[in-house]
Design a protein around this ligand. Structure first.
Ligand code: NAD
Length: 276
């Protein structure tokens, strides 16, 4: 496993398990056994209790784990950042999270929510704080008053949505970029299949003796992007972490960059409706 050093100085694994729609502990146990130490959940996923149970059952020392959860949109609208984090910690059975993210930039509240999250960070209940689904303009807006720079911006990112402008602004501001739906997500099976079958991805898979998913995940690592693929299938969970014994050349990274079509599989942060 490779780590990234966040702007707080903390180390975060470059690859973790996304647990959206994971509803039993066995996938998390498989991940821990395969070497995963980072788990990405959210209060909106309704599975923090399950993540907490898996952590306790694993017997792994707390300081070896990196646990992320997120402030929900209703929590933001009601100004409940502090209470929500307490509730998340209770459900997880933890004293702190390693990373607390603002799930979406709810237009009327995200700037206030960032100030509330800064307070939580200063109290130590979140060892790092960050944002999710922020466009450059959202970062520019909170920058006007921030006293803490977000450690992470977690956004939809895959070879069809390479997010280069966000990658540049993130590097300038010392914000690490993290990819959700790194494999194209679970919403559109055909989209993922077409991406995996693209000749650029297929030829690299053949060259390195890896699968298309492994090539795409390694492309994230070689770009310095933290990633959190989701799977409930034991073989795939193990496959997705088995990417630290090879790397792509700069030309190969660029060849995958060229697949960009600015294609989103999930909601657009500029137009998402505040109904989740
Ligand atoms: P993903 O790109 O991780 O894709 C998941 C799909 O790919 C599933 O159908 C899975 O079965 C399949 N898959 C996984 N490994 C595979 C492999 N090796 N070969 C073939 N297929 C494979 O998409 P995702 O679940 O949308 O995103 C991952 C995580 O990102 C989520 O679990 C969640 O933690 C996070 N997320 C965050 C947000 C946000 O708004 N912040 C939004 C969506 C997801």
């Amino acid at each position: 496993m490779k780590n990234i050093t966040l702007n707080t100085g903390a180390e975060m694994p470059m690859l973790g398990l996304g647990v959206y729609k994971i509803d039993d502990t066995s996938s998390i146990h498989t991940a821990f056994e395969a070497g995963y130490r980072s788990i990405d959940t959210a209060s909106a996923y309704d599975n923090e209790e399950l993540v907490g149970a898996a952590i306790r059952e694993s017997g792994l020392p707390r300081d070896e784990l990196f646990i992320t959860t997120k402030l929900s949109n209703p929590g933001q609208r009601e100004g409940r950042a502090g209470v929500e984090l307490d509730d998340s910690l209770n459900r997880l059975g933890l004293d702190y999270v390693d990373l607390y993210l603002m799930h979406w930039p709810v237009p009327e509240t995200y700037a206030d929510s960032w100030r509330a999250m800064e307070k939580l960070f200063k109290k130590g209940r979140a060892k790092a704080i960050g944002v999710s689904n922020f466009q450059s303009r959202h970062i520019t807006e909170i920058k006007k008053q921030w006293t803490v720079v977000p450690a992470i911006n977690q956004v939809e990112l895959h070879p069809r949505l390479t997010q280069k402008p966000l990658l540049w602004i993130s590097k300038m501001e010392t914000i690490a970029l993290q990819s959700w739906s790194p494999l194209g997500g679970g919403r559109d099976f055909a989209f993922k299949e077409q991406l995996f079958a693209h000749e650029t991805i297929e030829s690299l898979a053949k060259k390195y003796g890896k699968t298309p998913a492994q090539i795409i995940l390694r492309w994230n690592i070689d770009l310095g992007i933290v990633t959190i693929p989701k799977s409930a299938t034991p073989e795939r969970i193990r496959e997705n972490i088995d990417i630290f014994d090879f790397s792509l050349t700069q030309a190969e990274v660029t060849a995958i960059d060229m697949l960009n079509q600015n294609h989103r599989t999930g909601p657009d942060p500029d137009t998402f409706h505040n109904d989740f």
